[in-house]
Design a protein around this ligand. Structure first.
Ligand SMILES: *Cc1c(COP(=O)(O)O)cnc(C)c1O
Length: 521
């Protein structure tokens, strides 16, 4: 970076008592903006081109001391130095999801149009809660909500709203289900009166593989974790409809109230898709709210090849969609869709300064009427620019590619004698463990998380870990269409290499401590 012209000088009074311009975005600062963006792009280019792995492998204890040098009360006074510091404290050791050997969590590489859209929306700083703060942005979000609802097949009365993520979408879905149930069953308006006396008997059914945000939602809604009934899954890690029916019947027999069923379309660990048609039929028969958590599996909505795996989702009362997972959008970008728009009214609050009651009929559309948030980012623009630039088919093909890659990786792992895979991938995750013959479970439970840490520390790749039935496993989450089979082969080699070393170390440790066994009683 050059050391000429330093834009973004902080505001300071000069001798004459007039202030230097405070660096805000606007017509008067377009050339500073351009110059600043150039500096940002130079930095990113330099950093990304110099990156050889998804992570540097740094430990918290190594990075944290750098922060002791920073005095937040003492600004550096120019953008260039501040960017050098950002590089030092953040970019050099950031975790890069675009790297083909990042196979850890459900993070995706993001589309270029989406990144550019973020630059537009953050400068203009639109807030989408009311028409008078957003105008066209409100219509863009609404168009994407309508488009998503149509792809799902929710029907004419559908609606929805963008959220910060699957956690908020699931919370909102359970809120709508709870309030709808209390209204219908007891003519009780939870919004005004709080929880009814019977609320401790409300029950939500979700498979044991469902996301923890369902429990969190239950607790935040005053129902407690106890409200969530874990339903057994089958050997493919999908909710078992027979177990679900038995659980619903048991619940009713005990005098409890089935409030909602959460079917997961793409479980976080296994990518398994609960049987949506059977679950929907049970919900209809027992008159229960049917929520589909498609935070991960929503990408199938764009896939010509695999869309059918979501058949039955069109029967849902509500659907969670995380565009920031399988639609390749930057965080945050997510939505909750509902079959019946009227249900969203349970989060409506009319504030005189914002969206007065008198304006609700003829007035302009105010998205705050259906959101848990007030001031809200225009997260829809990135999806809009992606769809208008490359289109949904391209997103679907990218998701198809990672699904295909997961199947190839599955076959590869099957051919490895020291690796045990515990499922056939339905989407793009793979759960397995390093398990050479003759090693006991306790050792394996120690070695597998250690392999994961060793790989992370090496900076050569990143993989995830999980626990299933009290055993430690390793996990690949594939969301990068640029991850090739060669990358996966290289990571498998790393697993075997670190696994072998861990095994030797643990055997050495065991023989040192294998002296006369003392039995204490
Ligand atoms: C990721 C995930 C969530 C949570 O979504 P966030 O966007 O991280 O809040 C919920 N459900 C499932 C199945 C997920 O995979």
């Amino acid at each position: 970076m050059s050391d000429q012209a330093v834009p973004f000088m902080p505001s300071r009074l000069d001798g004459s008592g007039t202030a230097e311009p405070f660096p805000v975005f606007g017509d008067f600062s377009v050339s500073d903006y351009r110059q600043g963006m150039q500096a940002v792009m130079d930095l990113l280019q330099h950093r990304l081109e110099g990156t050889t792995g998804p992570f540097s492998g740094i430990l918290p204890g190594e990075l944290a001391p750098l922060f002791s040098r920073v005095d937040l009360d003492c600004p550096l006074g120019n953008l260039e130095q501040a960017l050098v510091e950002v590089d030092d404290l953040y970019l050099r050791d950031a975790v890069y999801f675009h790297h083909p050997r990042y196979l850890a969590h459900l993070n995706c590489p993001v589309t270029l149009p989406a990144v550019l859209a973020e630059a537009i929306q953050s400068g203009v700083n639109t807030a989408v809660e009311t028409w008078d703060q957003s105008a066209g942005a409100t219509l863009i979000e609404q168009a994407l909500v309508d488009w998503t609802a149509k792809r799902i097949g929710l029907g004419e009365e559908a609606d929805g709203v963008f959220t910060t993520g699957g956690t908020q979408s699931n919370l909102m879905a359970m809120l709508l289900a709870r309030d709808h149930f209390c209204q219908r069953r007891w003519h009780h308006c939870t919004r005004e009166q709080g929880l009814p006396p019977e609320s401790s008997r409300l029950r939500i059914f979700a498979s044991e593989m469902s996301h923890f945000s369902v429990q969190k939602a239950a607790s935040l809604l005053g129902l407690g974790y106890q409200a969530v009934v874990p339903v057994q899954s089958d050997r493919y890690y999908r909710m078992d409809p027979q177990a679900l029916e038995a659980a619903i019947l048991r619940c009713k027999a005990e005098g409890d109230y089935p409030l909602a069923v959460v079917a997961t379309a793409g479980t976080t660990d296994f990518g398994s898709i609960d049987p949506l048609p059977a679950t929907s039929a049970l919900c209809r028969a027992h008159d229960i709210w049917f929520h589909v958590d498609a935070a991960y599996g929503c990408g199938l909505l764009n896939s010509r090849r695999h869309r059918h795996s979501l058949d039955g989702i069109e029967q849902a009362d509500s659907v969670t969609v995380d565009y920031h997972k399988s639609f390749f959008q930057p965080v945050s970008c997510s939505a909750l869709l509902v079959r019946n728009r009227h249900h969203l009214s349970c989060v409506t609050w009319h504030a005189d300064y914002l969206n007065p009651f008198c304006a609700r009929q003829e007035g302009p559309p105010n998205l705050v009427d259906k959101s848990l948030q007030t001031t809200r980012r225009f997260d829809a623009l990135k999806l809009w620019l992606t769809l208008r630039t490359v289109g949904a088919d391209a997103l679907g093909e990218a998701f198809d590619t990672v699904i295909q890659r997961a199947r190839q990786a599955y076959l590869l792992l099957l051919s490895e004698p020291d690796i045990q895979v515990i499922h056939q991938p339905q989407l793009s995750t793979l759960v397995f463990r390093y398990q050479p013959a003759g090693v006991d479970d306790q050792t394996l439970n120690r070695i597998n998380p250690a392999i994961r840490s060793d790989i992370m520390r090496s900076g050569k790749a990143m993989i995830a870990g999980t626990r299933v039935h009290d055993r430690q496993y390793l996990k690949f989450t594939l969301l990068n269409p640029q991850t090739g089979l060669a990358d996966i082969r290289a990571i498998v080699e790393l697993i075997k290499q670190y696994g072998g070393q861990q095994l030797v170390a643990s055997q050495a440790h065991a023989s040192q401590h294998a002296e006369p066994e003392v039995i204490c009683e």
